[in-house]
Structures are given as structure tokens and as C-alpha cells.
Design a protein around this ligand. Structure first.
Ligand code: CTP
Length: 402
């Protein structure tokens, strides 16, 4: 994927600069055209000559070192790059980028470029955990910067922990994997519902379920990373999401979710209904707190609308994907829902298996399409599972094309 790509490699000043030499060499061997931009501090660790020899290109350090009068070097490099990688990225570099500071050649280029920017941090474990750095990384991720998380292990400062620059080969693999997915959903509008719904009884009580929204939020983030425009209809959850491609619509009850989904349904290409919608709500609700009585309390509930079923019945060109939360006979019940709700695919979730379902950071699912082809997605983080679900959807949509 990186063959013939124009790669701008930014090197900021930390002990891991020596690994950037290997990264330059590996990128060049892959056939990428690599231009290295170093900060002044980076040159204290490794001589620019090393990068020049490995990249077979001039190395850039000083913004005012304008060699060609016909060009402005930092703008020329910013426009030239297809991909920018910053490895290692120091805590200082992260904070400068998060605040739009452009006080040297590298930060000036990064502010001016429209290329995808990959950040591979490397720093002391306490620096990495520092709330200011965490906050800045979150901000950058929300602005569309891509992070290649540092590995855990022995750090040059003597600590053992997270902060070690990821290995050059892993950095390259992560970028290639990401670039591969990047265009998969370009031009598509994806509508995703996530989280529980809340059915109010009185001002202090409601009925809900254990869903946290993690799976739906991971799907929204991944779909946005795949280039889609995403509308995320979220039930009550504590999760945050920041991505330039995502519009979040907050709802509370099943009825609110029904309205929100229908508001966007006709204009979208793909719908993923990951939300755990309440099936029942109290028939009677109270404006004032219900006082306890001597006898038992009986609350009569009525059915909410089945949102997914209603979408399935009026489906035109949308690719409609449901979720099934099951505790027993998951495949059988899941396929039943796929057929009854007129879906194109269903993601079946055995919520009682270890590491799967509500509240966990991981999941195990079986994806079944309308031809009843089953794909098992084994235990992995919800982010990884979401990427695999989206890859399956894209694959099936291609097969469906006349
Ligand atoms: N769903 C929905 N509206 C409802 C209930 C469910 O849109 N009122 C959707 C969910 O978002 C999910 C799918 O239907 O995508 C299956 O939900 P699930 O809770 O597994 O099943 P139910 O259809 O509610 O059936 P049951 O509770 O009997 O298993």
C-alpha cells in the first residue's frame, strides 16, 4: 500500500529517534518516497546525515533554510505528502499539535498539510499517563489524527510501562491496514443506533437495560474512519465521541429513538441497529414521585414500537443490519430475527459468554447475512470487532450489486 507513496516522516526529539532510522529504511525498501523532517532536538540524538543516506533525500530542519527561491519549502512539503508519520512523537510535539503551535519546520508543515497524519508516541510512562497529554491526545484523535499506540516494555528512562515507540514494522502494518480501509465507505451515509433506551416511570425512576453503548460507538468511530458520514443516534450513555465525520443525536426513550431513526432513514445507505431498545414501557407515568404503599406494586407495561422491524418493512435501498442479544440458542434466535425483520445481516451476540456483551470492552459475535452465511468473529476489542463487521458489510454490499 505504501509503494510509490510520498511519505513525510517527522522525527521529534526523544531517545527513540534511532528506531526512526529503521522505519526510514523499511519504508524506502517498500518503495515509498520518504522525506524526513527533524526537529532541532531530534538532531541531538541522530545526525541528519543518517536519515539523508537512508531516505536518499535531503533532510529538512530549519523553516528558514529556503534552498529553492521558486518554492516555499514548508508549503511545498505539506502539499507533496500523501501520508505524514511522526515517529517518535514526543509529549511536547503532541501538545504543540493539539494547540496549533507552528514554531519549527515540522509543526509548520503539519499545520499546512492535508495528508493523513499518523502519530506514534514515545515518552516516559508518567508523561504518557499525564492528564494534559491524555487530553491533548483525545483532542487530536477527535480532530482526525491517527494514533499508533506505544507498546509496553522497558523504557530508556528506566521505567517499565507504556510509552515505548511501536516497532517500525508494526507502525507500517498499522498504517497499511488503516489506508486499506480508509476509502471503503467514502461517499456513504451510515446511520447507527447505540446504547440502551430509558423508559420513565416517574421523576426518579425508569426502566432500562445493561447496554453501555460501547459496541455502537466503536462502529460509529470505525465507519467514520472508513470515510463514511455517520449519524449516531445514542441512548443515555456516559461515552464521548469526537470525530469530524460523526453527528451525534441524543435520545432517551424507544419512542425518541424511533423518531430519530426515521428522520434520517430515507437518506442513508447503511443502517446498523446496535442499540438495546426497551421492549416495554410503563402504560402509566407519573409527574410526581410514586410513594410506597403497604402492598405490592404492580406496574402494567405496554410494548414499544419495534424500530428495526418498521425499518425492515419499508426498506428501499438501505443495507439494514440488526443486532441480536441472546443468552441461549443464539444462532437460531438470531436468524429468526434476521428473517422476521427483513434484514440484510444480523450480528449475533451471546451476551452470557465471557468477554462478550453488555459493558465489556471486548466482544465475540457471529455475523450472518441474508444468504445465511455465518462469519464468526472471535474475542477481540469492540474496536477490532467493529472493523471486521464493517468489512463484512462492505463485502456483502459488493456481492449484492447487480
Ligand atoms: N430492536 C428495535 N426495537 C425494539 C426492540 C429491538 O429496533 N423495540 C432492534 C435492536 O436494536 C436489535 C434487534 O432489534 O438490532 C434485536 O433486538 P433484541 O433485543 O435482540 O431482540 P428483540 O427483537 O427485542 O426480541 P427478544 O427481546 O424477544 O429477544
Amino acid at each position: 500500500m505504501l509503494k510509490n507513496k510520498k511519505v513525510l516522516l517527522g522525527v521529534s526529539g526523544g531517545i527513540a529517534v534511532y528506531k526512526a532510522c529503521d522505519l526510514t529504511s523499511k519504508l524506502t525498501q517498500l518503495g515509498a518516497d520518504v522525506k524526513v523532517v527533524m526537529t532541532e532536538n531530534a538532531t541531538k540524538f541522530v545526525s541528519p546525515l543518517t536519515f539523508q543516506a537512508l531516505s536518499r533525500n535531503e533532510v529538512f530542519i530549519d523553516t528558514f533554510d529556503e534552498k529553492d527561491a521558486r518554492k516555499i519549502a514548508h508549503i511545498d512539503l505539506a502539499d507533496w505528502a500523501d501520508v505524514a508519520i511522526i515517529a517518535p512523537t514526543t509529549a511536547n510535539m503532541i501538545s504543540k499539535l493539539a494547540n496549533g503551535i507552528a514554531d519549527d519546520m515540522l509543526t509548520t508543515i503539519l499545520l499546512a498539510t492535508r495528508a493523513d497524519i499518523y502519530i506514534a508516541p514515545a515518552m516516559n510512562v508518567h508523561m504518557y499517563d499525564h492528564p494534559v497529554i491524555m487530553e491533548n491526545m483525545k483532542k487530536l484523535a477527535g480532530l482526525g489524527f491517527h494514533f499508533i499506540e506505544p507498546g509496553a516494555g522497558y523504557l530508556a528512562c528506566g521505567y517499565v510501562g507504556k510509552g515505548r515507540l511501536e516497532e517500525p514494522l508494526t507502525i507500517i502494518q498499522a498504517i497499511e491496514e488503516h489506508q486499506k480501509n480508509f476509502e471503503l465507505l467514502a461517499g456513504k451515509h451510515v446511520l447507527i443506533s447505540a446504547g440502551p433506551t430509558r423508559e420513565v416511570l416517574d421523576p426518579v425512576r425508569f426502566f432500562s437495560n445493561r447496554s453501555t453503548g460501547k459496541m455502537g460507538f466503536a462502529l460509529a468511530e470505525s465507519a467514520a474512519n472508513f470515510g463514511a458520514k455517520v449519524t449516531l443516534v445514542a441512548g443515555p450513555t456516559t461515552l464521548d465521541i469526537h470525530h469530524p465525520n460523526i453527528t451525534r443525536v441524543d435520545v432517551v426513550s424507544a419512542e425518541d429513538m424511533y423518531d430519530a431513526m426515521w428522520r434520517y432513514y430515507e437518506e442513508v445507505d447503511i443502517v446498523i441497529k446496535a442499540a438495546a431498545v426497551a421492549d416495554y414501557r410503563p402504560i402509566e407515568t407519573f409527574d410526581q414521585k410514586l410513594k410506597k404503599q403497604g402492598s405490592n406494586l404492580v406496574i402494567e407495561m405496554e410494548r414499544t414500537k419495534d424500530i428495526l422491524q418498521s425499518l425492515g418493512e419499508k426498506k428501499t435501498s438501505q443495507y439494514l443490519v440488526g443486532f441480536a442479544a441472546e443468552t441461549n440458542d443464539p444462532i437460531e434466535y438470531g436468524i429468526g430475527k434476521l428473517q422476521k425483520k427483513h434484514l440484510d445481516a444480523i450480528v449475533i451476540n451471546n451476551v452470557s459468554s465471557a468477554g462478550a456483551g453488555f459493558g465489556h470492552d471486548t466482544n465475540i459475535v457471529t455475523y450472518v447475512n441474508k444468504n445465511l452465511e455465518e462469519t464468526h468473529i472471535p474475542l477481540a476489542s469492540k474496536e477490532v470487532v467493529s472493523v471486521q463487521i464493517l468489512q463484512k458489510i462492505v463485502e456483502d454490499m459488493k456481492d449484492d450489486r447487480p
